[in-house]
Design a binder for this molecule. Structure first.
Ligand SMILES: [Zn+2]
Length: 286
C-alpha cells in the first residue's frame, strides 16, 4: 500500500526519536562500562603476565590489546567464577580465562551479548572424569569414563580445567596442533547462542546460514575422510567427532595457529575471518 506524505512524516519523526533514544542508551551504557573498567581495572603486572603466557594474544597490535583488556574487564564484571573441589579462583586464573574468552568477540559490536546466556564459570584444578554410556550397533551398552578439560552447556555454566587453561601453549607445541580449551569452549557458547550446538553461530539471514552450512559441511566431510584414511592432519583430529566440534576446533586453530587453518581449510578460515571480523594470520609468529 502506498503511504501518504503525512504518514511518512509521522514515521520519520518516530524514527528520529528512536535514533536519539538509541544514542542516549549507547552513551549511558558507555558511561557505565567506563566506570566498571575504572573500578575493576586489571593490574598492569597481571595483564602483562597473561599476555606473556599466551603468545597469540601478545602478538596483537597495541590498539587491539587495549580493547581486549577493556573487554576482559567487562567480562569479569558480568561473570561469576567458582572453584571446584577446593580450588581457589585467583585473579590470575580469572584474568587468564577472561582474556582468552573475549578474543573471538573482540571485533564484534556488542559482542558480549553472545555470552549473555550464562553467568557461571566453574574451574577445576585438572581434567574431570565423567561417566558415559554408549550403545553399539548390536544394542550393547558400553560404559566408560570420558576425560573432560572443559565443557560448555546451553545456559551454562562453562567448566574449565585450570591445568589445561594454564598450559595451553605448551600443550599446542607438544600436540603439534592448536590446543586451547578456553577458546574452544567459548566457541561452543557462540555456536549455542543461535540455538543448539550445530556449528552455526548466530547469523543475520537465512542465506548466510545456508552459505555457512554449505562451507562447513563440505570442509567437515573432507576432514573426516582424511581422518578415516589416517592421513596426518594439521588440526586436532578430535574435530571429526561432530560438526559442532569441527567448528570449535576450527575457531581454536583460527586464533592460536591461524596459518595452519589457512593452509588446511582456507574456506573455513575465510568464513571465520568474515564472521569474527578478524585476520589472526596477520598477527601470528614470524
Ligand atoms: Zn568441544
Amino acid at each position: 500500500m502506498e503511504r501518504s506524505g503525512a504518514e511518512s512524516f509521522v514515521a520519520g519523526r518516530g524514527h528520529r526519536a528512536l535514533s536519539v533514544l538509541a544514542r542516549v542508551q549507547a552513551g549511558w551504557r558507555r558511561w557505565r562500562e567506563d566506570r566498571a573498567c575504572r573500578r575493576h581495572a586489571i593490574p598492569d603486572t597481571l595483564w602483562q603476565l597473561t599476555l606473556a603466557r599466551y603468545p597469540f594474544l601478545s602478538w596483537r597490535p597495541t590498539e587491539q590489546l587495549i580493547r581486549l583488556r577493556r573487554l576482559a574487564t567487562l567480562f569479569l564484571t558480568q561473570k561469576e567464577f567458582s572453584g571446584a573441589h577446593g580450588l581457589v579462583v585467583t585473579d590470575e586464573i580469572a584474568v587468564a580465562v577472561a582474556a582468552q574468552a573475549v578474543l573471538p568477540i573482540l571485533n564484534l559490536e556488542g559482542g558480549l551479548h553472545l555470552y549473555a546466556g550464562f553467568v557461571g564459570i566453574v574451574v577445576h584444578g585438572d581434567a574431570v572424569l565423567v561417566p558415559r554410556e554408549v550403545m553399539d550397533e548390536d544394542g550393547v551398552v558400553h560404559e566408560y569414563d570420558e576425560e573432560l578439560a572443559g565443557e560448555a552447556m546451553q545456559g551454562g555454566p562453562v567448566m574449565l580445567s585450570w591445568r589445561d587453561v594454564e598450559a595451553a601453549s605448551e600443550e599446542s607445541a607438544h600436540a603439534g596442533w592448536a590446543y586451547n580449551v578456553t577458546i574452544h569452549e567459548f566457541a561452543h557458547v557462540i555456536d549455542m547462542a543461535s540455538g543448539g550446538a550445530n556449528g552455526i553461530p548466530p547469523l543475520g539471514s537465512i542465506s548466510a546460514r545456508q552459505h555457512w552450512a554449505e562451507v562447513m559441511e563440505a570442509a567437515y566431510t573432507d576432514f573426516c575422510a582424511r581422518v578415516d584414511a589416517r592421513c596426518q592432519t594439521s588440526i586436532d583430529p578430535y574435530a571429526a567427532d561432530s560438526i559442532a566440534e569441527f567448528f570449535a576446533v576450527s575457531v581454536e586453530t583460527f586464533y592460536v595457529q591461524p596459518l595452519e587453518l589457512l593452509c588446511a581449510a582456507p574456506q573455513v578460515y575465510r568464513l571465520l575471518a568474515d564472521y569474527f571480523k578478524d585476520d589472526p594470520s596477520r598477527h601470528s609468529a614470524p
